[in-house]
Structures are given as structure tokens and as C-alpha cells.
Write a protein that binds this ligand. Structure first.
Ligand code: 5GP
Length: 188
């Protein structure tokens, strides 16, 4: 998506270890106009699917997910990183965090994810695919159907995209980074 790629080149910042910071417009301060345009593009790319629910992981996936959900007029479910003592019928999985270097658990209630659901996962970044695989596990546990996964930014030099596509899943990324070597952003 041209607008997003231009913005990454203008405002994205590279950090050692292959981290791209987009705190100016996605991850801290948010550009709601660009966010809306990205949501519209994701909706276009998944137009052939019959989606009845959006799923994401808190916190950074929520903004794009809620805009996609609003456009499709479907509920948006976010997996929680802390297990609330009051949650009933909890489904739990583990996710390794690339940026923090630790494993955390995420959970959803099966009150909101079940057999009849055809879900689209939305997140800000696809890197090694750990968050995505956690969601696949939760969707499987719930007996729901995963229609696809849409990301704002994919780091094409990490393995997540290739692995998820090789499973036959419909994966869309609005911008793919080919390299962050020498702190230079190279887009596909
Ligand atoms: P994965 O689970 O695919 O390995 O990593 C994706 C998750 O890690 C995303 O939800 C995102 O929050 C975070 N992440 C991974 N790489 C980056 C990065 O380069 N920049 C930022 N801002 N977040 C990242």
C-alpha cells in the first residue's frame, strides 16, 4: 500500500536487532486517517471471505482491528494478556514475544469464540509469526474457522509470513520490509 510505504520511509525508525519503530503513526501516537485507509485496504483484500468476527491481541492490534470490524459491521475480540479471575470458559495459549524476548499467555473466553465463527485476525506486525500461531491455536481450541490474517507491516526477512502462507492461509500485509540491515529500511 503506497501511502503506508511512504509513511514508513518518512517516519519509521530502525533499531538494532531488526526492530522497526513506527511510534509516530501506529504504535504510540496514531494517525487515524491513515489507520482508516489501511482498514479499508484490508477489507478490500478479504472481500471474498464471509467474515463474522475480527480477532486481535492487545494492545497494538486493537486500533486497526476495531476499524476493520466497524467497516465490516462485525464484533472485534481481543485476546487478553492477563488472565482475568472473572473470565469464564477461558481458552489459553502461549506466545513468544519477539520484541520483549519472553513468553506470555493470552486468553479469550469461549463465550465469544465458537464453532460458528469465521474469523479474520488483524495485527500491526508480522515477524516470526508467534502471535499469529497463538491465535491459530485459540481459534482451533474454539472450533472456529480462520478465514485469514491481515497485517499492517510484515518483516519479510523473518520467517512468519513464509510459514503461515505455506500452511495455505490467506495472509495479507500492507507493506513488506525486505531488510533493516545497517539500519536502512528496504521495502519490497
Ligand atoms: P511475531 O509474533 O510475528 O514474531 O511478532 C509480531 C508481534 O511482535 C507484533 O504483534 C508486534 O507487536 C511485535 N513486533 C515484532 N517485530 C516488531 C517490530 O519490528 N516493531 C514493532 N513495533 N513491533 C514488532
Amino acid at each position: 500500500m503506497k501511502l503506508l510505504k511512504e509513511r514508513i520511509l518518512k517516519d519509521g525508525k530502525c533499531f538494532p536487532g531488526g526492530i522497526l519503530k513506527v511510534d509516530n503513526f501506529i504504535n504510540h501516537q496514531m494517525d487515524p486517517v491513515l489507520m482508516q485507509q489501511m482498514a479499508e485496504e484490508l477489507v478490500r483484500r478479504f472481500a471474498s471471505h464471509n467474515i463474522n468476527k475480527i480477532i486481535t491481541i492487545e494492545a497494538s492490534g486493537i486500533a486497526p482491528a476495531i476499524l476493520v470490524g466497524a467497516l465490516l459491521n462485525v464484533p472485534v475480540l481481543f485476546a487478553k494478556k492477563k488472565q482475568p479471575s472473572t473470565m469464564q470458559n477461558m481458552l489459553v495459549t502461549e506466545v513468544y514475544s519477539f520484541t520483549k524476548g519472553t513468553t506470555y499467555t493470552v486468553c479469550v473466553s469461549s463465550d465469544y469464540l465458537g464453532k460458528g465463527d469465521r474469523v479474520l485476525f488483524i495485527d500491526d506486525f508480522l515477524a516470526n509469526g508467534h502471535a499469529a500461531k497463538g491465535i491459530i491455536d485459540l481459534v482451533d481450541q474454539a472450533g472456529a474457522t480462520l478465514e485469514g490474517m491481515g497485517f499492517l507491516i510484515e518483516k519479510g526477512f523473518q520467517e512468519g509470513g513464509e510459514e503461515l502462507r505455506s500452511r495455505g492461509l490467506h495472509i495479507e500485509s500492507l507493506a513488506i520490509i525486505d531488510s533493516l540491515d545497517d539500519c536502512q529500511i528496504k521495502l519490497r
